[in-house]
Write a protein that binds this ligand. Structure first.
Ligand code: SF4
Length: 316
């Protein structure tokens, strides 16, 4: 590894943390954009001809869910609801059913509500402006920036966990970023955007892809990294993470798992299910099962059937 180039980034950072030396940044741009053109995954929503709606759906699905699980779900959704109007006209229960096992199923309801808002306020189209995107149900700063960049080529700063991790190592020289996004990280990501708008849009997805495929959380593949010799963290000897403890992603036995099992039973059933039917979702803890069912009802993901029987179904 040619540590000198990485050191140039580190030294420039110590003087002006958000303004790495231009020659090194130009090199970073060229190499990462070139790497992405060769190694970026051929995902259906990245292909020519993909619609802004397809990009929008992919961004909502990809939050907190790995791409390998998103791809088949995205294909099924786009086949069933190729436009916002198609989804807006269908029932919330069908959105939850087709969400399948992507996790965090409230996203399915928010996606349908966003589709309804697009029909009501934007003529059935995904809006181009970040402000209009932010006003849609369930759309936060990340999704708005990502859709603006990837659907419309707008210059915007897109910062997800993969970007944060890659830029933390590459430029800041730490093993992992802070537990939650900081203003300094967003400022750093903005300062790293290429000057050309089209390159800036591609840069966002290229760094994201580098974090997803090469600069991974547990075992970065530095030998395969196109910018290893520019990496401040590598130049510093790959120091271990020294920040606050990080919360693990627990799953077994959590309310999320129980909620997922209840929804799975309801998805797979052609008719409403009784409380007794739902025991199969979590037989060992009646209180936990009841609490999770109540939470699903409160979230609008399940509704009681009001015909005198104690039965439940996906919302209609
Ligand atoms: S050299 Fe390693 S740590 Fe640095 S950006 Fe590349 S993969 Fe990440």
């Amino acid at each position: 590894m040619a540590a000198g180039r990485g050191r140039a980034l580190a030294d420039s950072r110590s003087v002006a943390p958000l303004s790495p030396a231009p020659p090194a940044v130009d090199d970073l741009h060229r190499r990462i954009l070139d790497w992405y053109s060769r190694a970026g995954r051929d995902l259906p929503w990245r292909r020519a001809g993909s619609t802004p709606w397809g990009v929008f759906v992919s961004e909502v699905m990809s939050q907190q869910t790995p791409v390998a699980r998103v791809e088949p779900a995205w294909l099924a959704w786009m086949d069933r609801w190729p436009t916002p109007a198609d989804l807006a006209a269908d029932s919330p229960g069908e959105a939850v059913r087709l969400w399948n096992r992507l996790g965090y199923p409230r996203r399915a309801l928010r996606l349908r509500e966003a589709a309804q808002a697009m029909v009501e306020r934007h003529g059935g189209e995904v809006p181009r402006e970040v402000e209009a995107l932010l006003a849609l149900p369930g759309v936060g700063a990340y999704t708005a920036a990502a859709v603006a960049a990837f659907a419309f080529g707008t210059r915007s700063t897109v910062v997800d966990t993969n970007v944060r991790r890659a830029e933390a190592r590459l430029v800041t020289g730490v093993a992992l970023p802070a537990p939650t996004l900081t203003r300094a990280e967003t400022a750093l990501a903005t300062s790293l955007l290429p000057a050309d708008d089209a390159d800036a849009a591609t840069w966002n997805v290229a760094v994201m892809e580098l974090g997803a495929l090469v600069c991974t959380a547990r075992a970065p593949r530095c030998a395969a990294c196109p910018v290893e010799d520019l990496c401040v963290w590598r130049a510093a000897g790959s120091p271990a993470y020294g920040g606050p403890p990080r919360r693990g992603q627990s799953w077994a036995g959590t309310d999320r798992q129980v909620r997922g099992r209840i929804l799975a039973l309801l998805r797979e059933s052609a008719h409403p299910l009784s409380a007794a039917d739902l025991v199969a979702a979590w037989p060992d803890d009646d209180a936990k099962r009841a609490r999770c069912l109540a939470g699903l009802i409160e979230d609008g993901l399940v509704e009681p059937v009001t015909d005198g029987l104690e039965q439940y179904r996906l919302p209609v």
